[in-house]
Design a protein around this ligand. Structure first.
Ligand code: CP3
Length: 345
């Protein structure tokens, strides 16, 4: 299908663009009353994720309402550990919770990798197909997965954590087990991303939300090693790697076979550009809290950020997912500001 707006794909490939493309991480869901209306009619988050027609509907909402330059498929990174044998629950106001975790060799032996993606995650590929049909080429659709390290965190800790000390402990007590689990997650993730692409995802993003809790050497050994396998395996569509908090490894991430490197709001754009070079696109990185400021201040901050881009190779986004209590009108101001900015380079 021909895309009417392929700005984000051109930006990812380093082709010329007439303006910067813009979307928001976690744009599907959370902030829109229209999302909550769909969500509240169901038993919970998982029912929405697993019902392709409804997942497609909430995927398209931000395109209709916010006018973003890309859609991201409504799902969660936790569908991968679930497919591997660890069922999760999404507990209201608390977040994800896994009854079983993988901290021992015996538990590792129950983890499955050799399954058919369509059998267990067919609801995601089906949602991608429906979304593209309904989008009718208006904007590209982004597929995604969690990075192996971040999925490892949830599979070992079993829930969110400030420190993920259970997960990090294993890196010291049984690094062999850690590598075996990370390799299993990587193998499934590659198959899963390829299935999303075959279903119609126009680009894919890998979220390494917990990259920043590892030091540089450990992130190289337990994070980047596996991101590299994913980046090497996916050549069909542009790949974005977003390693939150991994400023000290930015150069190494930029050397992987990706198109775009995601930046969180702590990363300085000029420094990031110097580390990553001109052959990769940068994505980000306004502080999500900037959307709590006034419309006027938000415009100023957004323009300031774009002033610091010294090349065309940028996709505008926040430095992390949009927070649930942000006023959608602020999001519209952010998007309008990006769209009316004249690129200087
Ligand atoms: O970007 C999008 O809008 C697409 C959908 C999407 C969701 N989760 C839906 C969701 C994406 C890309 C994710 C990724 C995700 N999920 C990450 C990586 C990005 C990041 O924020 O760092 C992580 C770490 C998760 C795991 C997860 N899912 C947590 C910790 C939670 C609970 C807290 C929270 O963030 O809301 C979720 C739940 C979740 N995933 C919700 C949504 C819309 C809220 C659930 C609800 O509607 O009740």
């Amino acid at each position: 299908m021909n895309l009417k707006n392929d700005l984000i794909l051109r930006a990812a490939r380093g082709e010329s663009v007439e303006r910067y493309p813009v979307w928001l991480m976690r744009q599907a869901g959370r902030i829109l009353p229209e999302y909550r209306a769909v969500r509240n009619s169901l038993s919970g988050f998982k029912e929405l994720v697993e019902t392709p027609q409804l997942a497609a509907e909430v995927t398209i909402q931000p395109v209709d309402i916010l006018d973003v330059d890309a859609a991201i498929i409504f799902s969660d990174i936790l569908v991968v550990p679930e497919a591997m044998g660890l069922e999760y629950q999404m507990i209201e106001k608390k977040g994800p919770w896994f009854e079983k975790t993988v901290c021992t060799r015996e538990q590792l032996s129950t983890i499955q990798t050799d399954f058919d993606i369509e059998d267990r995650l067919g609801y995601v590929t089906e949602a991608i197909k429906i979304t593209n049909k309904e989008l009718d080429g208006r904007v590209p659709l982004i597929g995604f997965a969690g990075a192996p390290w971040t999925i490892f965190c949830y599979m070992t800790e079993g829930q969110g954590s400030k420190t993920f000390s259970v997960s990090r402990k294993i890196l010291y007590t049984d690094p062999t087990l850690a590598h075996e689990l990370l390799q299993s997650i990587t193998d499934v993730t590659i198959k899963y991303l390829k299935a999303q692409i075959a279903a119609g995802a126009h680009m894919v993003q890998v979220f390494d939300s917990w990259a920043g809790i590892l030091g540089k050497d450990q992130y190289q050994e337990f994070g980047i090693k596996y991101l590299k396998q994913i980046a090497d395996a996916i050549n069909e569509v542009p790949v974005t790697l977003f390693s939150k908090g991994a400023f000290s490894s930015l150069k190494e991430i930029g050397e992987l076979s990706c198109n775009t490197v995601g930046l969180d709001w702590n990363m300085n754009i000029e420094q990031a550009r110097a580390l990553v070079g001109e052959t990769r696109t940068l994505q980000g990185n306004l502080d999500p809290c900037a959307l709590y400021s006034s419309h006027k201040e938000l415009e100023r901050l957004t323009n300031n950020m774009m002033e610091s881009f010294v090349s065309q190779r940028h996709i505008v986004n926040l430095g992390h997912g949009v927070y649930p209590d942000i006023d959608p009108e602020k999001v519209k101001t952010f998007i309008k500001t990006v769209k009316s900015y004249a690129i200087k380079h």
